[in-house]
Design a protein around this ligand. Structure first.
Ligand SMILES: Cc1cc2nc3c(=O)[nH]c(=O)nc-3n(C[C@H](O)[C@H](O)[C@H](O)COP(=O)(O)OP(=O)(O)OC[C@H]3O[C@@H](n4cnc5c(N)ncnc54)[C@H](O)[C@@H]3O)c2cc1C
Length: 348
C-alpha cells in the first residue's frame, strides 16, 4: 500500500475542482483500510473517505489530512428464496454493478443505471433516481466502525434511510467506512416504470420492456440531461444535482403554491412521507431568474439541467460556491425557500 503526498484531488472528482490531499492512499482490502486509519491516527491528521468523487466539492485548499480511497472490489451472488443477494465491494463502480445485475436478469436497481460513483457511495445519501432508491434493495452494509474499532454488519433497518439521507450522512457522519454492500434483487423481476419520462419512452411499444431496455433508456434519458458522465461533455462536469428537492409541510406547500398561482404558475410537486410534499428544486431555480446555461464567470448551470452546477473549464471551488450562493439568494428572495446543497463539501 503506497501512501502518496500532495496529490491533486480535482482529477479524482467529476466536477474536477479543488486542491490537493496532504496524503492519499488507495485501500483494496479491509486490512488496508485499517492500516490507512492507523496511519491517519499516527500522523494525527483528519481522515476523508473517497469513493468515485461524484458527489463532492473539494475546497481550493484541498484536504489537510489523509484521503482514503476505498478500492475494495469483487461481486458475489447467491440465490435465496427467489431473490438473489449480490454482495459488492465498496470500490466497485456502481454502474458496472447495475450492468451485472441487469445481465443476470435481476430487478431492483435498473432505474439507477448511469449514476456515477462507487457501490460504497450509494448508501451514504440513499442514492435514487427514476422511482428507485437503494434503500429499496439494500440488505445490509458491512462497515468499519471507527468508534468501536471493529467491523460491523448493519441491516437495512439500522441505516436510517430517507430521501437523500441515512445515518451515514447525518447522525453518524464520519463514524463508518463502508467496506461492502449487500443488495437483495429479484430474479426475473419486472422493471420499475414509475417515472413519467420512462413511461413516455416506452408508451409506443406494444410489449413490456426488459430490464436491459429500461437500463438503456435510463442511460439515454440521463445523457440527454447531462446526467451521464460523458468524456468531453462540459455539461456533465458536475456533481449531479447540486440542490435537494425541498420537502415542505402541507401548510408551507400551500403557501408556496398560492404564491406561484398569483404569478400564473403551477409548481411541480410530489407526495413525500408524513403529510409532506417534495417540490422541484429545478423549477424553483428556473423560476428565480436562473435559466439552463446561466454562467457566473467560469462556473455555470448545465445547458441540459437546471440543477447541475458545472465547471465550464477552469472553475475553482470558490467560483462554484459563489454561483451556489447567488442561486440560493435568488431562490430565497423569490420564493422564501433556502435550497440545501446535495454534494459533500470537503476541506471548507
Ligand atoms: C452526472 C451525475 C449524476 C448524478 N446523478 C445522481 C442521481 O440520479 N441520484 C443520486 O442520488 N445521486 C446522483 N449523483 C451523485 C453521486 O453520483 C452519488 O451520490 C454517488 O453515490 C456518490 O458516490 P461516490 O462513490 O462518487 O462518493 P463520493 O463522491 O466519493 O463521496 C460522497 C460521500 O460519500 C462518502 N463515501 C464514499 N464512499 C464511502 C465509503 N466507502 N465509506 C464511507 N463513506 C464513503 C464520502 O466520504 C462523501 O462523504 C450524480 C452525480 C453526477 C456527477
Amino acid at each position: 500500500m503506497t501512501i502518496r503526498e500532495h496529490v491533486p484531488l480535482a482529477p479524482l472528482t467529476t466536477m474536477q475542482v479543488g486542491g490537493p490531499a496532504r496524503y492519499l492512499v488507495e485501500a483494496a482490502s479491509e486490512d488496508e483500510v485499517r492500516q490507512a486509519v492507523d496511519f491517519a491516527h499516527a500522523k494525527a491528521v483528519p481522515l476523508f473517505v473517497l469513493g468515485g468523487g461524484s458527489n463532492l466539492l473539494v475546497a481550493d485548499s484541498g484536504w489537510p489530512g489523509l484521503v482514503l480511497k476505498v478500492a475494495i472490489g469483487g461481486i458475489t451472488q447467491q440465490d435465496e428464496d427467489g431473490a438473489v443477494l449480490f454482495d459488492a465491494g465498496a470500490g466497485v463502480d456502481w454502474d458496472q454493478f447495475v450492468a451485472r445485475a441487469v445481465a443476470s436478469d435481476c430487478a431492483g436497481v435498473e432505474c439507477l443505471s448511469g449514476i456515477p460513483g462507487s457501490v460504497g457511495g450509494t448508501p451514504m445519501q440513499n442514492v435514487g433516481a427514476y422511482g428507485q432508491e437503494v434503500s429499496d434493495t439494500v440488505e445490509s452494509v458491512r462497515a468499519l466502525d471507527l468508534k468501536a474499532n471493529r467491523v460491523v454488519v448493519l441491516p437495512e433497518e439500522a441505516c436510517g434511510f430517507h430521501y437523500r439521507t441515512s445515518i451515514f450522512n447525518t447522525a453518524e457522519r464520519g463514524r463508518y467506512i463502508i467496506l461492502r454492500v449487500t443488495y437483495r434483487l429479484t430474479q426475473d423481476g419486472t422493471p420499475s416504470l414509475k417515472y413519467a419520462d420512462l413511461q413516455k419512452h416506452f408508451a409506443a411499444s406494444g410489449s413490456p420492456p426488459s430490464l436491459a431496455q429500461v437500463r438503456a433508456a435510463v442511460r439515454q434519458i440521463r445523457q440527454s440531461k447531462g446526467m451521464l458522465i460523458v468524456p468531453g461533455d462540459a455539461d456533465s462536469r458536475s456533481a449531479g444535482s447540486f440542490f435537494k428537492n425541498p420537502v415542505l409541510s402541507e401548510v408551507q406547500f400551500h403557501d408556496l403554491a398560492s404564491r406561484a398561482e398569483l404569478k400564473g404558475l403551477k409548481i411541480p410537486s410530489y407526495p413525500a412521507l408524513d403529510a409532506q410534499r417534495k417540490v422541484s428544486a429545478a423549477w424553483l431555480v428556473e423560476h428565480s431568474g436562473f435559466a439552463k446555461g446561466f454562467t457566473l464567470g467560469v462556473a455555470g448551470i448545465s445547458r441540459k439541467h437546471a440543477l447541475a452546477l458545472i465547471n465550464t473549464g477552469s472553475a475553482s471551488a470558490a467560483d462554484i460556491v459563489r454561483l451556489k450562493e447567488t442561486i440560493q439568494r435568488g431562490v430565497e428572495q423569490a420564493w422564501g425557500i433556502l435550497l440545501e446543497p446535495e454534494p459533500v463539501f470537503v476541506g471548507f
